[in-house]
Design a protein. Sequence first.
Lengths: 459, 151
Amino acid sequence: MHRRLGRRRLRGGMQDYIRNFMNSIDPELERLRFDYEEQLAWHRARDRASKVLMQARTRDNDLQTQWQLVNIANTEKAMLNLLEDARGLEEELMKQKAGVEQEVQQRTRELKEEQAKLAAAIQGLSFSFFMIDGNDRVIMVNSAAEKLFGRSDPALDWIAGQFGGAFDFLADLRRCREEKTVIDNQGVAYGSKFLRVFTAPIIMIRDHEEVIGAVVLFEDITEARLMERSREEFFAIASHELRTPLTAIRGNASMLRDMFGEKLDKDAQEMIADIYSGSIRLIGIVNDFLDVSRLEQKKFDFAKMPFDIVELAEKVVRGSEEMAQAKKLYLKVEKPADGFPMAFGDSERTEQIIFNLIGNAVHYTREGGITVGFENKNNAITVFVADTGIGISPQYQSRLFKKFQQAGEDALVRDVSKGTGLGLYISKLLADGMGGQLGLLKSELNKGSIFYLTLPAKS
Amino acid sequence: MIKIFIAEDDPLMARMYEKAFKMSGHAIEMAFDGEEAITKLKNIDPRPTVILLDIMMPKKSGFEVLAEVKKDAGLKGIPVIMLTNLAGKEDAEKALGMGAVLYLVKSQYDPKQVVDKVSEIIAGYSRKENVPEVKVEVKDIPEGKEKKKKK
């Protein structure tokens, strides 16, 4: 605008020009002033804003600090609480620890007591006791052991050496540990003694069975052995001594009968016959006693062979026919179908048993007779001897297979011509020894009885 | 000529068997203890046909006599029968193992039965001169033991 003012208006209107200029500047000034004031205002505002911001910041910082302080305070509090709790727990722990320690002490005391009792018991044993650990060291030995070996605290090697070559002690120990098995050696010689050496593993079960040692017992069985030996000898000698005069009686009676029988009158003949049968019976008794002695000591050898039990029974029946006929009793065999299997065992002993059963049956039967039957079941063979005899009372049945079962009031009723009453007892021992069974199947007074003998069938 | 040699120390038994064998018509030679038995056996001529030995005898037992017999070239071919009242199975097995052909428990037999058994043995032996191949059946009457034996 001011450009329009040029030279034309300069003189006369200088004032107008200045006025116009001033007027034109005014707005500028105004604008400037406005701008200036605006800026000022702006600056003032900015300052104010800054101040406010700073204040805000400060407050913010303050707040934060306060917040932090509060946090710290809280944390402090929390920590203190925790510490207190911890202290409380620690006290608790200490109490419990004390309690546990007390218990442990108590238990240890009890354990020590038990150990002491055990040790005392082991010390008091009459036989020698060794406890051996996993490294073949002797960890416990009782006084009987020290006495036996004549030495306190004997070592394993030394003990093993005491037996010489006859008994490999260490080998047994090894086997006991490796196979986790008990080894029982009866009759190991040691000087003039006989020992029983019993070795057992000590097994601990953790996650699996572990052998942590062994227990070895030595028992002096010298006396028992000697007694056994002398008992055997006694029986052998006694039976031998008894047999000789009995043989003389039997033999001479039979020769009298053979050589002079016809020349003698009936009474004399009968007397000779009675002397003869008496001697036979007595010889049978002596044999029975010896058999029983051996069977009871388990020193009896049984043959183990297959044999035809039907044929055997028939043979015994044939041999008993005279006896049965004398009492007018029948004696028959119910033969099984063909292909009846063989029995497995000792045929002579089986014959003895069947003879005993048939003999008893004939003896206790007054009328009727005896039947022999057979059965094959479950790989076992049974022979039955059934009679129509006087039967056996229930109370007596329980004593049947015991020793000397002819004792009791029945002995008066019965005819004691059956000898010692060892028959069924021996038969039962024989049957058992062969792995078989002898028993009374059933019996009824005045009706009869059925006895049975079962043996394994030949497989 | 059949000659029976018997070694038996008990007079009861000796008399009894002497009678029994004489009844059967055999000639008998007796000895009353183990030593006498050995001496006689080695010296008598002709040699006996069969030898019967008791076991429990003074001076030497029947087992010892048996051992001597088996060691002697002239005697070992003669059948030996043990005639005893020892009824142990072990004794029977021992005797049979040492070469006896029969083990008889005296009390289990009448004398006549013993004589019969001896005759059986003699018959068996004479059939095969000097190559005794006697098979005797195993028969166990409590401990009268015989043996299935091939020499």
